[in-house]
Design a protein around this ligand. Structure first.
Ligand code: PEP
Ligand code: MN
Length: 291
């Protein structure tokens, strides 16, 4: 362990950061209803479409992912789109549909908020507020979600270093909200075959340096549905506390992120493999902990 510490190439210069394990040795466990994320808890799966499209779509997906063992439902109502003329999400109407899906299935809702002015509205419907990659350093947004107690899913910026990622989490913690879940979602690199490069190195690095839970998004991390199952398993093997996965009843017809969205059959296979992996991990827990 000593060697590992000495060789560790990241040394965050600031003392006293709340986000660091050396200030807070115990793992933080985030509780959302009956769902617990972090520490020794079993890894959980958050699943759902990239965007909420209509009532039938979100209800069918919510019921199916629940049946296969997902613990929370994802779905964007406010979408960060590169092109201002692209579908921007259903807004409050989408939040209402998510609420119906929660009432029908009991699954807590994870949905993105992009604008500090929308936080009150989104927090009325969401169980977890997602801060997207493009907003990881939107400091007014970080400060505002830091001022409420709702759990936050903070996605890594697509060009953010580990240090910047942790300092963004620090913004939320230092405003008084300790309920932060980090999410690795791929970084931009020179890959000519995948949308992003899933940086799984960061999972054990974060576990070592911070007490916060970290989950992985293999959908945005790869951009290709063929890569979602193997990289999900890789993320769990690296020590991730969970996964967030884009799933749709008709993946090719998804309004957003169709290429990386998986269908029900693939999701069912993935959940079966994940369950086997978790069973295996329980038997070998002492040999799989790397941090
Ligand atoms: C999403 O989750 O649909 C999303 C837009 O993610 P990211 O911010 O990681 O691109
Ligand atoms: Mn998406």
């Amino acid at each position: 362990m000593k060697n590992f510490e000495q060789q560790w190439s990241i040394d965050i210069p600031l003392d006293g950061l709340q986000v660091l394990r050396r200030e807070h040795p115990e793992d933080t466990i985030i509780q959302i209803g009956d769902v617990r994320i972090g520490g020794e808890c079993e890894p959980i799966v958050i699943a759902g479409p990239c965007s909420v499209e209509n009532e039938e779509q979100i209800l069918t997906i919510a019921q199916t992912v629940k049946q296969h063992g997902a613990k929370m439902l994802r779905g964007g109502a406010f979408k960060p789109r590169t092109n201002p003329h692209s579908f921007q999400g259903l807004g409050e109407e989408g939040l209402k549909l998510l609420q119906i899906a929660r009432e029908e299935t009991g699954l807590p809702i994870v949905t993105e908020v992009m604008d500090p002015r929308d936080i009150e509205l989104v927090a009325r419907y969401a169980d977890v507020l997602q801060i997207g990659s493009r907003n990881m350093q939107n400091f007014p947004l970080l400060k505002t979600v830091g001022g409420i107690q709702k759990p936050v899913l903070l996605k890594r910026g697509m060009a953010a270093t580990l240090e910047e990622f942790l300092l963004s989490a620090e913004y939320i913690l230092s405003e008084g909200n300790p309920n932060v879940i980090l999410c690795e979602r791929g970084i931009r690199s020179f890959s000519d075959f995948s949308r992003n490069t899933l940086d799984l190195n960061i999972v054990p690095a974060i576990k070592h340096l911070s007490h916060l839970p970290i989950i992985v998004d293999p959908s945005h991390g790869t951009g290709l549905r063929e890569l979602v199952n193997p990289m999900s398993l890789a993320a769990l093997a690296a020590g991730a506390d969970g996964l967030i996965i884009e799933v749709h009843s008709h993946p090719d017809e998804s309004i957003t992120d169709a290429f990386q969205t998986i269908g029900f059959e693939q999701f069912s296979q993935l959940m079966q493999t994940i369950n086997h992996f978790i069973e295996w991990q329980k038997l070998h827990a002492s040999t799989t902990t790397v941090y």
